[in-house]
Design a protein around this ligand. Sequence first.
Ligand SMILES: Cc1cc2nc3c(=O)[nH]c(=O)nc-3n(C[C@H](O)[C@H](O)[C@H](O)COP(=O)(O)O)c2cc1C
Length: 181
Amino acid sequence: MNMFSNERLAVAMRERRAIKHFEPSFVIPEGDRKHILSFATELDLGFNMPPLRICRVSDMALREQIKEVGFQQPQHTGASELWVVCIDTKALSTKEAEHARTQAMFYGAAYSQALMLGAASLGYDSCPMIGFQFGPVGELISLPESYVLCNFVVMGKRKKAPLTRGSKLAIEDVLFTDELV
Ligand SMILES: Cc1cc2nc3c(=O)[nH]c(=O)nc-3n(C[C@H](O)[C@H](O)[C@H](O)COP(=O)(O)O)c2cc1C
């Protein structure tokens, strides 16, 4: 059976939630990690060689240090996986620093969403995160100069249910035709 069938993807999109508290002893097998990553890199972002670079932080001592500069959020040490999503700007067409950073942030966001949907399709929980100090985290993981650090994606198994979901905007408040009024 196709692991990423339409039905599973639809359920993943509807039911994926941002999880704060994870089972620390839970392990995501390497095969599933590879499936999640290959799913994300199938995204069409106009690259044959996607500029995505991920630092998977497995060393718990390093994860503790990240928590110190990450506002003590429980996911930093509780999640099974902490992936630092980066974009290598050398792989982008633009050479202008600010433009490269802007591009990197939207590629990083798109990849991160795909990573989380891939994880949800396999039954894993996740959370996107920007709640940390970017400079110190970059130093902790030896971020190369050409890389832009976009965000974290943490994954694992929920220990506590998320809070009730807030209401979503009505479609008619989102979609306009020809003019944004
Ligand atoms: C860009 C971004 C950064 C986020 N950073 C954090 C974070 O640092 N810590 C956290 O607990 N949740 C973080 N979240 C998760 C949001 O709190 C969550 O998406 C929001 O509450 C909606 O939850 P839901 O996806 O379960 O509906 C982040 C979400 C986004 C999109």
